[in-house]
Design a protein around this ligand. Sequence first.
Ligand code: ADP
Ligand code: MG
Length: 238
Amino acid sequence: MGSITLQNVSKTFGEVSVIPSIDLEINNGEFAVFVGPSGCGKSTLLRLIAGLEDVSGGKILIDGKDATDKAPSQRGLAMVFQSYALYPHMSVRSNIGFPLKMAKVDKAEIDRKVEEAAKILNLTDYLERKPRNLSGGQRQRVAIGRAIVRSPECFLFDEPLSNLDAALRVNMRLEISELHQKLKATSIYVTHDQVEAMTMADKIVVLNKGRIEQVGSPLELYRSPRNLFVAGFIGSPK
Ligand code: ADP
Ligand code: MG
């Protein structure tokens, strides 16, 4: 359940090769963090996995099955973006329940799922509010709630905290880690923030110019960076 495998995955935009070739295995239930400088291809890789972009070559397996040609909605994934993209005129309840409404789930079931997600995210008291009456952290939790209601096998996070101030970021980091402990869904979390990578990851994937520099646990990368790039980015100097 929920493993993600990339086999020789590449992506070219026009003439430009953004991802030459990536092989990667993310195990079921793992919290993987893609880290690397701005422009190195983190979002592109996540969008390929989500099916929001087509691969130029290679295969993507989800749960061991070829998902390369599947539509995003058929992949069992939920994506949480940096911009919250909440509907301003809708209540928190309607925002969280929106994906289920689109999927024509009946109202009683939507209410049940929304309330369950709200409980996990400490939003129970805010269900009837509009997004403008929430704090930044609460809004981000609503965005996560909208991902949770579909009970995805995998979560994909693209720099979800980069719009928040430093103190809130620390809080949300802990909340997302706690959420992962509760749901145990395979997660890929993209960030350019080394501290987020080191504190949240089971597995860190260090990317540079569309290539993987190293894959390992935070401790492995810290203790034995493979090269100066990894050392400079994450580890102690080699
Ligand atoms: P990151 O998320 O690590 O900052 P991105 O995946 O957004 O990096 O971008 C990687 C590279 O691919 C950048 O050079 C970017 O300009 C390029 N790129 C991303 N999306 C497109 C696109 N739709 N068309 C052309 N180039 C793109
Ligand atoms: Mg990005």
